[in-house]
Design a protein around this ligand. Structure first.
Ligand code: GDP
Length: 295
């Protein structure tokens, strides 16, 4: 991932570092190339523009140009800005609360939400927590069974299915079971739809009112690029998201969603899905990702 962006930026930086002295025009020229590279990586236009403005201001405004190694300094400024763009610090789950902690997974159908619910549950269980998963998806046939199958594979408990029960009631039952059986974390896999619509949002809000989640994680497919960012914007306007999980990062060569998500939603990317297997999930580390981009 980020290969093309990395190559483009590498070229710009080599040219910057290769010169002894830099003029403001050199920096502005280099930043134009950075902007194009970001747009080609499918970064949202306002995000790319703000990034370049900020870096340019820092690079020409301070004593950078008069320093002994101006190229080096500009590269460092870009690096720092990139880390900030990706979210600065890696953000973990906020689940060390009086049990049961509730994690609500939201997103569109096909984003990888159910798989991610199982992956995250498995991860949290490996960290020593007792986890219960429940599917609130009563729209898609077999969605609840899909989670049960994944639960067996991931060795995570799932709430027994009661046919005909509605999402809010399932959430209530999940919380009751968790309290009675001493689960530390309840993972709620909510229904997805093909598009963002009001019925989906209303259902999510009703569940959130009941479940009082500690985390509301939006699952989005990184391959959908700017669409992923639009979906995230829509969701974040309707429910208090606490973070984003970007799936299919294993197939995303450009990385635009990863680069734009924080700036557009204000929410951290907490995890990245990197494959279909249940262990293919990683905490998202902005500085490591920036390091990968800058080579
Ligand atoms: P949902 O409709 O949002 O619940 O989506 P699913 O969890 O059913 O996932 C849809 C498909 O995407 C499945 O085939 C998953 O195996 C696949 N998938 C989910 N996350 C990832 C990921 O990070 N990488 C890859 N390559 N595939 C994924």
């Amino acid at each position: 991932m980020f290969d093309s962006l990395s190559d483009r930026l590498g070229g710009v930086f080599d040219r910057l570092r290769g010169r002894g002295a830099l003029t403001e025009a050199d920096v502005r020229g280099a930043m134009r190339e950075v902007r194009i590279a970001l747009l080609e990586a499918d970064v949202a236009l306002p995000v790319a523009r703000a990034f370049v403005d900020k870096v340019t201001e820092a690079a020409v405004g301070q004593n950078v140009l008069r320093s002994v190694t101006p190229g080096q300094q500009v590269v460092k400024i870009v690096n720092d800005a990139l880390v900030e763009m990706l979210g600065s610090d890696s953000a973990d789950l906020d689940i060390d609360v009086t049990p049961p902690a509730v994690v609500m997974m939201v997103g569109l159908q096909g984003s990888g939400k159910t798989t991610t619910t199982a992956k995250l549950s498995r991860l949290v269980k490996k960290r020593g927590k007792k986890v219960l998963m429940a599917s609130l998806d009563v729209n898609r046939p077999a969605a609840q069974e899909q989670l049960a199958v994944l639960g067996t594979q991931a060795e995570v408990a799932t709430l027994p299915i009661v046919q005909g029960q509605q999402p809010v009631d399932i959430a209530r039952r999940a919380l009751q079971s968790a309290k009675l059986q001493g689960f530390d974390v309840v993972m709620l896999d909510t229904a997805g739809r093909l598009h963002v619509d009001q019925a989906l949002m209303d259902e999510m809000k009703a569940v959130a009112d009941i479940a009082k989640p500690n985390e509301i994680l939006l699952v989005v497919d990184s391959l959908t690029g700017q669409d992923a960012v639009n979906v995230a914007t829509n969701f974040s306007q309707q429910v208090p998201l606490t973070g984003v999980v970007l799936t299919r990062m294993d197939g995303d060569a450009r990385g635009g969603a990863a680069l734009s998500m924080r700036a557009v939603t204000g929410k951290p990317i907490k995890f990245a899905g990197v494959g279909e297997k249940l262990d293919a999930i990683e905490p998202f580390h902005p500085s490591r990702v920036a390091g990968r981009i800058l080579g």
